[in-house]
Write a protein of this length. Structure first.
Length: 74
């Protein structure tokens, strides 16, 4: 799940690959709330998993873990 998030951030949002690290927060990667929502929609469409407790200060590793452990239900 982490790799999918990292790839999306690099390919879909234009984040520099060197900046995408497990401890980086979405805020540190200069995403705003609209971008974070767009990312959540893409991940949900691809995985069927919905996570609603991720915010701009969530580190990437924590977001990946939440998606990995979320139950499908969308």
């Amino acid at each position: 799940m982490y790799q999918m998030l990292a790839t999306l951030l690099i390919e879909e949002f234009g984040i520099e690959a060197d900046s995408v690290r497990p401890e980086a927060t979405f805020r540190a990667l200069e995403l705003d709330s609209l971008s974070l929502t767009e990312l959540a929609v893409i991940v949900t469409e691809r995985t069927g998993r919905l996570v609603d407790d991720i915010d701009l200060d969530t580190p990437l590793h924590a977001a990946a873990e939440r998606y990995a452990t979320a139950t499908a239900g969308v």
